[in-house]
Design a protein around this ligand. Structure first.
Ligand code: EPU
Length: 441
């Protein structure tokens, strides 16, 4: 198991390109199950979670090929549907997905327990194979995370759900459009139901749908395959079922959380960094909070140009479903607040146990007190390096950010969490001048 060793205190400088969004890439990979044939997915991030998901889809008969910039028949590449925000990067990573043959419909416990997103196969499998067997994910480091809303929606569409030995067994003779009101605007729940509804008979309306940009990106991919979806990006999705979908080429959106993470890293080191290929249109709540805290930056097309800031001010943050401040940026923003003037109150409303970074940041000299779902951060003048570890992806990212600003040496253990969600993190930071090394622990 590797660790990352950081000598803090170096202002970051240079340019960093943001990769494709993990949380858009995963559902889009799942959605390829809906259309037999060969898909070309562009701007795919190189992440452990993507490799894990390839294994899951492999169990279902899906085959993969990787390329670097030449994926897709040329005529399709020219007309590649992609989000606004700049032309595709010629160096970008392409994943060729052949979903012609479906030979299995089971997502085993061994995988789902390590990557909850594997539950995203449920909707597409039921739609295409009329059956699925998916291990219940159970709890994880950040909370209990049930999938009752996924199941409730599928049942409304005529899917018979039973629980057997920890597995959700789903079967349907036919899928019917339904009116679904979600209790919570769940991200992967909305994605599962939207995918299933594309091949249902009739119209499905999902009320209180998640409006996260990654849900919208998946919807655009589905539309590129021939799905009929209205209300993309809103809390009311209307999906008119079609008989079949056809494979396509698609460019996955860039990762707003990765972009926000580099913004925090640049700001905490008082660096001068251009963050390119960032989905700035989908980062408003995050950008506003950084601005309020005194971080100096300008936006130019799809780049965030960060300049060395003066002293930072503590600001309050509450995580909310999109368009609110994302829970996936909470830990990184908290790291920044540890060195701001004054106090900030950070309230986590999405997950009940997402403050595991707090004791580790405190070991680095931060002053953070947690009460329920509030964390009060009192800004300090310095952080001090220490060996630290975290139990989830974003918590680990917050420790890296703290380490970049801390005096002396910080060792981040359990780097595999970072590998799950940050493409080439150590290389990208080193290219910005950070003094850091990845080495065996
Ligand atoms: N919830 C339920 N019942 C359900 C579904 C969700 O009670 O059926 C609850 C959850 O327990 C949680 C809240 O609803 O308290 C929101 O959970 P949601 O379902 O929206 O989260 P998710 O779909 O499991 C995705 C991202 C997470 C991100 C959250 C919130 C993917 C693959 N994962 O998870 O990403 O934090 O939405 O935005 O898209 C990460 O990237 O580090 C990460 C954890």
């Amino acid at each position: 198991m590797d660790k990352i060793v950081i000598e803090g205190g170096v202002p970051l400088e240079g340019e960093v390109a943001i990769s494709g969004a993990k949380n858009a890439a995963l559902p889009i990979m799942a959605a390829t199950l809906l259309a037999p044939g060969v898909h070309y997915l562009h701007n795919m991030p190189r992440l452990a979670d993507i490799r894990t998901f390839k294994r899951v889809l492999g169990l279902m008969g899906v085959q993969f090929e990787e390329g670097g910039g030449h994926g897709g028949p040329p005529h399709q590449h020219q007309e590649l549907p992609h989000r606004p925000g700049g032309p595709p990067d010629p160096e970008e990573d392409v994943l060729v997905v052949d979903a012609s043959r479906l030979t299995g419909w089971m997502a085993p416990y061994e995988v789902v327990k390590t990557m909850r997103a594997a539950v995203l196969v449920l909707g597409p499998l039921v739609a295409r194979a009329r059956q699925a067997s998916v291990s219940l994910p159970g709890g994880c480091a950040i909370g209990a995370r049930p999938i009752d809303q996924h199941l409730k929606g599928l049942e409304a569409m005529g899917v018979k759900i039973t629980l057997n030995q920890g597995y959700v067994e789903a079967k349907a003779k036919r899928l019917e459009g339904a009116e679904i009101i979600l209790d919570i605007p769940t991200v992967t729940g909305t994605e599962n139901l939207m995918m299933a509804a594309t091949l249902a008979e009739g119209t499905t309306v999902i009320h209180n749908a998640a409006q996260e940009p990654e849900v919208a990106d998946l919807a655009r991919f589905l539309v590129a395959m021939g799905a009929r979806i209205e209300g993309i990006g809103t809390e009311r999705l209307t999906i008119h079922g079609v008989n079949a979908l056809t494979p396509t080429s698609y460019r996955v959106m860039s990762d707003r959380i990765e972009a926000g993470t580099y913004l925090a890293a640049a700001a905490i080191t008082r660096g001068r960094v251009s963050i390119t290929n960032a989905p700035v249109g989908e980062m408003s709540a995050v950008l506003e909070k950084f601005q309020e805290a005194g971080v100096r930056f300008t936006i130019e097309n799809s780049s965030i140009l960060v300049e060395p800031s003066g002293s930072l001010t503590g600001v309050d943050v509450k995580t909310l479903p999109y368009p609110g401040f994302p829970t996936d940026m909470q830990a990184q923003f908290m790291a920044l607040m540890t060195l701001a003037k004054g106090a900030s109150i950070i309230t986590e409303t999405i997950f009940e146990n997402r403050f595991m970074h707090v004791p580790e940041l405190n070991r680095m000299g931060a002053d953070i007190a947690v009460s329920g779902n509030h964390a009060v951060v009192r800004g300090r003048r310095h952080l001090l390096g220490a060996p630290v570890m975290a139990t989830d992806l974003r918590a680990s990212a917050s420790l890296v950010i703290a380490g970049l600003a801390a005096k002396n040496t910080t060792e981040i253990h359990r780097v595999y969490h970072l590998d799950r969600g940050y493409a080439r993190l150590a290389e990208k930071l080193a290219a910005l001048g950070a003094r850091l090394k990845r080495m065996p622990a």
